[in-house]
Design a protein. Structure first.
Length: 143
């Protein structure tokens, strides 16, 4: 009985540590990201917005995945479509979501699981809706 309790306790502790470790997300704020853009540093911009939102406002050179909300296997397959490209270099990867919250964190976790190093990954804090310089965003929606 004591052995079973010990095993369950160790398992729960291990599960809690793994869950906490996977919930850690690197963020980049708008000032830091603006510096990348201004200095034309190499960076992958993985845009997870829905297609209509992407067409209304996105960064030049962003990789559209339309993976939002990154919950279903279909969403993750859309995100997986850029993994091979991301693995070609060691350039930083910035995930751009609508608000930089839950879906962006799921995209971050998914890319980690696909072997993208956490030191390369970041989520744009506050997402595209919190971007302070909307004049530099592209609108290819046609309106």
């Amino acid at each position: 009985m004591k052995k079973n309790i010990l095993n369950v306790s160790v398992f729960l502790l291990f599960t809690a540590v793994v869950a906490q470790a996977s919930s850690v997300v690197n963020y980049i704020d708008s000032a830091g990201f603006w510096k990348y853009l201004k200095e034309k540093k190499a960076v992958y911009m993985v845009d997870i917005q829905k297609n209509n939102d992407y067409l209304r406002h996105h960064f030049y050179g962003a990789l559209p995945t339309n993976a939002y909300p990154v919950r279903s296997g279909h969403d993750k397959a859309r995100l997986a479509s850029v993994v091979a490209e991301l693995k070609k270099t060691d350039d930083p990867v910035v995930i751009i979501g609508p608000r930089g919250s839950h879906a962006s964190k799921r995209a971050y976790s998914f890319l980690l699981q696909q072997g993208i190093d956490s030191r390369r990954l970041a989520v744009l804090r506050k997402g595209i809706r919190g971007w302070p310089r909307p004049e530099i965003l592209l609108n290819t929606y046609g309106q």
